[in-house]
Design a binder for this molecule. Structure first.
Ligand code: UDP
Ligand code: MG
Length: 319
């Protein structure tokens, strides 16, 4: 039995077979400098390449490497959650498996944690080698989220962060299916601080979050998890159009009674007004649908994920 790890490094893995041995090498180099007992927990999120086999091999070579493998792909948020559930450390560092979040930042994070901070999040100074599309959309997304949600999600942070055990336990008590960790961690509170770092180029493989198709559901989950503003918009627009309609009615009556009669409202005007309001109503229905679908997911209360195989971890400890 190896000694209980103090620091857990958790990385979700989806088709990262080439990066894993290098991740293990760099994590080992950094953690040996620090000298605390550690583990590297890799959560294989239904990879289609040889990632699962690589995790098994790394575990054979080095017992500090542990792994959980899902029955299929469940998505980054769920894989990260499973990592938090199976990690044993007093502090847990969540990182990309592709070495975009360099292990050389760990010592600074651990030092801040030792100084009493519960969450130490990485603030991206630069985004080397990312497409401009990704950079613009990410910037816009963070700014919008900042505006419309009540919790303080720090700007330009990703999921790379160190969390104290009590933060992790708090997150484990949040059972929601539509998970947005970048908002859930600030929601928890405690003492949080950022350290800046240079986001690196991917070591190998390709990004799984660089198309509108992948980013849009992520953004919708983020917004619906933390804001009712889209729902309230229908109310505001409703009041605004009722107000305008009220004024228009008055205007039409007065024009009819006192003015020289002119046919103010032709067919085109009517058509435009009807189509506009029809559009607004459909959009409002769609917004309600976004929330409704998520409520449906929650009430079904299916398990967050299913495990296929494990290396070096027991049953997740219930606590
Ligand atoms: N990932 C995952 N499940 C997925 C997609 C991604 O576990 O469905 C992992 C992936 O292997 C990586 C991390 O999540 O370790 C972040 O993904 P990626 O690097 O592709 O995103 P980016 O850094 O480009 O935003
Ligand atoms: Mg990445």
């Amino acid at each position: 039995m190896s000694e209980k790890p103090i620091i857990s490094i958790v990385a979700p893995v989806y088709n990262e077979e080439e990066a894993l041995p290098e991740l293990h090498r760099q994590v080992t180099a950094v953690m040996e400098q620090i000298g605390e007992p550690w583990e590297l927990l890799l959560v294989n999120d239904g990879s289609r390449d040889g990632s699962a086999a690589v995790i098994g091999e790394l575990h054979e070579q080095d017992g500090r490497v542990k792994g959980v493998s899902f029955s299929r792909n469940f998505g980054f948020q769920i894989a990260a959650t499973a990592g938090l559930e199976h990690a044993q450390g007093d502090a847990i560092i969540l990182t990309d498996a592709d070495l975009q979040d360099p292990p050389t930042v760990y010592p600074e994070m651990i030092a801040k944690w030792r100084a009493g901070y519960d969450v130490v999040y990485g603030v991206r100074q630069s985004r080397v080698g990312e497409t401009w599309f990704k950079r613009i959309t990410a910037k816009l997304f963070y700014r919008i989220i900042h505006r419309i949600t009540s919790i303080d999600i720090p700007l330009d942070t990703g999921d790379f962060r160190l969390m104290d055990r009590r933060v992790v336990d708090a997150i484990r008590r949040m059972p929601e299916r539509n998970r947005f960790l970048r908002g859930m961690v600030p929601w928890v509170g405690f003492k949080q601080i950022g350290v800046s770092y240079e986001r690196q180029v991917r070591f190998a493989g390709e990004s799984k979050f660089d198309s509108v198709k992948r980013m849009l559901p992520f953004a919708l989950d983020a917004i619906t998890s933390f804001s009712y503003l889209p729902l309230q918009m229908a109310t505001y627009i409703g009041f605004a159009s009722a107000g305008i309609a009220g004024l228009a009615i008055l205007f039409v009556i007065i024009a009819r009674l006192f003015g020289p009669y002119t046919p103010l409202l032709g067919q085109a005007t009517t058509l435009v007004a009807v189509l506009f309001l029809g559009g607004v109503q459909l959009i409002s229905l769609g917004i309600i649908g976004e929330y409704l679908g998520r409520i449906y997911d929650e009430v079904k209360a299916r398990p967050l994920y299913l495990v296929d195989e494990k290396w070096g971890v027991g049953e997740k400890d219930e606590g």
